[in-house]
Design a protein around this ligand. Structure first.
Ligand SMILES: [Zn+2]
Length: 192
């Protein structure tokens, strides 16, 4: 699987040969589509996508291109899961978050369990690297609240903010933050 910001951008990268196979660095070509997925957005929104598939000319491996508005193997968008994490960072418990997002308590509880310290640290590092590239002077304006989840989300959001500001990206902030974290705001299950 390769994460992409948008289908349009990926098509351009493919056409120009700018996208390489993550396994061997070989050239990629269009190779039909992956399974159609319908995921839940905020509120009652539903998003249906048919992710493109590519095949490597070198090793023949096929990969699905996942737009980062979506999360790897999750039935809710990056925005929904991201919003749940923001609520948690702000001190809300899983029951109240489930109520606000209109999602089953068990689902929200499962999400909130998937941000262990190692994963948070990894996301934090992704945010820092991006922010250092886009606006290194912004670091001094970010206050460490001693809440690791809050601090991590702030770092990612700051990187997305400055990317939009500097390069005029129109992608929604959560889509950019999904890109920085490679479609994984939540840690993959063990072995996955
Ligand atoms: Zn390859």
């Amino acid at each position: 699987m390769i994460v992409i910001l948008s289908a349009e951008g990926a098509a351009e990268h493919l056409a120009s040969g700018a996208m390489a196979c993550p396994a061997c660095g070989g050239g990629l070509r269009k190779w039909g589509f992956g399974r159609t997925r319908t995921v839940r957005g905020l509120g009652a929104d539903r998003v249906t996508v048919r992710p493109a598939r590519v095949r490597c000319a070198g090793c023949s491996k096929t990969q699905v291109l996942l737009p980062t508005a979506l999360q790897v193997r999750r039935a809710d968008t990056t925005e929904v899961i991201g919003t749940a994490l923001v609520h948690k960072a702000n001190g809300l418990g899983y029951r109240r978050i489930a109520e606000r997002l209109d999602r089953p308590v068990s689902t929200v509880r499962r999400w909130l369990r998937r941000v262990p310290p190692e994963h948070l640290h990894w996301m934090y590092t992704q945010g820092c690297e991006r922010l250092a590239t886009y606006a290194a002077d912004a670091f001094s304006r970010i206050r460490n609240t001693r809440n690791p989840l809050h601090h991590t989300l702030t770092m990612l959001a700051a990187a997305a903010f400055h990317a939009r500001e500097r390069f005029g990206f129109e992608d929604p902030p959560w889509t950019l933050m999904g890109m920085y974290t490679r479609g994984r705001l939540l840690a993959p299950p063990r072995g996955g």
